[in-house]
Design a protein around this ligand. Sequence first.
Ligand code: SAM
Length: 239
Amino acid sequence: MEYFEMLKQGASNENMDFNEAQYDKFILYKEMIKEWNEKINLTAITEDEEIIKKHFVDSIKIFKFDGLKTAKKIIDIGTGAGFPGIPMKIMREDLEVTLLDSLKKRVNFLELVSTSLKLQKVEAIHGRAEDFGQNKKYREKYDVAVSRAVANMTVLAELCMPFVKKGGYFVALKGPSIKDELQESKKAIGILGGKLQEILEVEIEGSDLRHNLVIIKKIKETPKTYPRKAGTANKKPLK
Ligand code: SAM
């Protein structure tokens, strides 16, 4: 299958339109990832088709959650080389996107990507989620916080939930088996003001990859004590 078809099919199965202009942006993004990956460590996935499937289509699958088709403002926590935040922005030009990562080199790369792809309303910020989560400018300001491959659900909930407005969502892109991890995180999610709404299984067309989207609704404000200072969520996970 051609790359255009892979992306289009991945998008249309989640009821998202896909056009040539978006395709051109994905291809330019892919080239930039490959070029910069030789200078700074961005991703272990370097082969063209793999980048399209495992990074781009996988990120697009987040739109299976309908709340992301209408959200206005999102934050991607631990975005790395821009996943899922940049593909989301390419798919929804009107979306306001904040990309957060604790590695400065990756944030510099993301700024370059935003400029080269002519993306508007994208802010790439350098720092830790634990610090920005206590910053008034960012705390409880987002319709949705998203995250892929950053931490287990218990830690992730503490890093992500503080950014979400009451009534909004935290969406985690997770691997195929999440039952135990989710069970362990239930109490933490509750403490942080969330409630498990649903789990959506997604498949990457033309592969045997199956992932889960964990959708947490924010039903009350996060207590001011969270997130705790950098590193604590990992060292002393909420139980
Ligand atoms: N989300 C991307 C993806 O799916 O390809 C990147 C995943 S990478 C394994 C994890 C990223 O999270 C790294 O770029 C790391 O710098 C960032 N990260 C880890 N802990 C963080 C924290 N507390 N605050 C901000 N970024 C963090």
